[in-house]
Write a new protein. Structure first.
Length: 309
């Protein structure tokens, strides 16, 4: 199969748009969608500081790489890469090494935030104490640590490596739960929420498979290992469902994102979308008296809430 745009061999098919593209045109397509989403979600950037959540995996590596290219050409922006070390043996050390290699190659400032130092516990330690899938509390703690680190860095926005598959799965999960509040608050943020650095997802229109190929074709260092706790995640089932729907009806993922955007527009004209309150324990944004991060911490031993910053 040849590329639809040139005579070179195609490296990927795109059933949702009925196309086949070669490596060069795939990279150009990913870059174009990245720039378009960046303009849509983060308009009028002319300076300041932009933080990038860098896990060391393919998605965040591509996000940092494209952000570095874009801002190097268009705006004098200070980029800061932020990695969270949740304390997961056999997984996080490899991703942090890949993150360090990429930031050194690009000349980007790299900050590593360690959960054990900031909240007093690691994901591995919590998994030995708490019932339920570790991804539930690990994700909550990681999001809070990223927000605090981005705020400490003086960031105007936080770029996340969420791809099309990630976002489609999250939309479906929240729809199935009937959780409209969380659906309205999920990234990318449409409105500024008090205490939260606005989160931007510039890879929102790029499928996971194409992000992986782009990372490989661009020669980016990344770790493709899987977290040892991931097998227990509820998201796995929704990942399978989205895959099955996409295979039988190409374009399902894009439709889920359009549904999310439409619902957020309706919610914004109703009671609003945000988390204006503050957690009484740590001072971070919360939709209740205690934020989810402190709720999970209260179940661990010892349970020392994060310090307010």
């Amino acid at each position: 199969m040849r590329c639809d745009r040139c005579e070179h061999p195609a490296v990927v098919d795109q059933p949702y748009r009925g196309a086949h593209v070669c490596g060069a045109h795939l990279l150009a397509s990913v870059d174009e969608r990245f720039r378009r989403e960046l303009h849509r979600q983060l308009p009028r950037v002319s300076g300041g500081t932009i933080a990038v959540a860098l896990s060391g995996g393919k998605d965040s590596a591509v996000t940092l790489h494209l952000a570095h290219q874009y801002f190097d050409r268009h705006a004098p922006v200070r980029l800061v890469a932020i990695s969270v070390d949740e304390g997961i043996d056999g997984y996080r050390p490899g991703t942090l090494a890949a993150a360090s290699e990429l930031t050194q190659r690009l000349g980007v400032e790299h900050r590593v935030v360690r959960a054990e130092e900031r909240i007093g516990i690691t994901t591995d330690a919590a998994a030995a104490e708490l019932d339920g899938p570790p991804c539930s509390y690990c994700g909550v703690w990681r999001r809070q640590l990223l927000n605090r680190a981005a705020r400490d860095a003086g960031a105007d926005a936080l770029l996340l490596g969420f791809n099309l598959d990630d976002l489609a799965q999250t939309v479906l999960m929240n729809l199935v739960r009937g959780d409209l509040d969380r659906l309205a608050r999920m990234a990318p943020h449409r409105v500024r929420q008090p205490g939260l650095i606005p989160r931007v997802a510039p890879l929102a229109q790029v499928p996971e498979r194409e992000v992986f190929l782009a990372a490989r074709l661009a020669g980016l260092p990344f770790d493709h290992g899987e977290c040892p706790h991931a097998a227990r995640a509820l998201r796995n089932r929704f990942r399978e469902i989205v895959w099955e729907l996409e295979e039988s009806q190409p374009g399902t993922r894009q439709s889920l994102l359009r549904t999310h955007e439409r619902l957020v527009e309706l919610l914004l004209h109703g009671d609003g979308a945000g988390a204006p309150d503050r957690c009484r324990a740590c001072g971070e944004p919360s939709s209740g008296e205690l934020c989810r991060a402190c709720e999970f911490l209260s179940l661990t031993r010892p349970a020392a809430p994060p310090e307010a910053s």
